[in-house]
Design a binder for this molecule. Structure first.
Ligand code: GDP
Ligand code: MG
Length: 173
């Protein structure tokens, strides 16, 4: 039986420095770089995964260096099936930052079906067992699935993208 092919667009958004490019690079190349590359320009890469005999072709979009230009990230986010909101675990303004990106991107999509994920990144820099209860409350309030990630230590990066992939496949059938 031929395998079903599904195409989906995922956008990764969040404040500059939260680790968006690092998360993508960890997933894509299995590497981590301490040099932040904030070259202006959208980049996306294609990644194919197989889930339950479905071929899922993901285009994963990184809005490098455009964090300040609202209209650009909004434009890049068009037609996306899933949005990953990234926040820096070490910052006190995580929830405000996530809310800002939620309002700027997710709400603008005007699509009730869009899948929302929250990645609290750089957990390698936080103390063990820190629970991020405030972020969890926010994530629950918008129906988002939350992951605590570290691009540096490779924690929950694959899990995050697999969860996105699973949700997309689940929604498509
Ligand atoms: P972006 O602006 O959101 O794309 O963020 P970058 O991916 O460029 O990361 C910003 C800085 O945070 C860089 O110096 C990264 O090396 C660092 N960084 C990213 N992810 C992690 C992480 O999980 N742990 C730690 N300790 N540093 C990280
Ligand atoms: Mg970047």
């Amino acid at each position: 039986m031929p395998k079903e092919e599904i195409q989906a667009k995922i956008v990764v958004v969040g404040d500059s420095g939260s680790g968006k490019s690092s998360i993508i690079s960890r997933y894509k190349n299995g590497t981590f770089n301490t040099d932040s590359d904030s070259t202006i320009g959208a980049s996306f890469y294609l990644h194919t995964i197989e889930i339950n005999s479905h071929i899922l072709k993901l285009s994963i979009w990184d809005t490098a260096g455009q964090e300040r230009y609202d209209s650009i990230s909004t434009l890049y986010s068009r037609n996306s099936q899933a949005v990953i909101l990234v926040a820096d675990a070490t910052r006190d303004d995580k929830v405000e930052s996530l809310m800002k990106w939620y309002n700027k991107i997710v709400k603008q999509l005007l699509n009730d079906e869009v899948l929302v994920f929250v990645a609290v990144n750089k957990i390698d820099l936080t103390t063990v067992l820190y629970e991020f209860a405030d972020v969890k409350i926010f994530a629950d309030s918008v129906g988002a699935t939350m992951f605590l990630t570290s691009a540096k230590d490779d924690l929950n990066i694959t899990e995050l993208f697999l969860s996105v992939g699973n949700a997309i496949v689940h929604k498509s059938f």
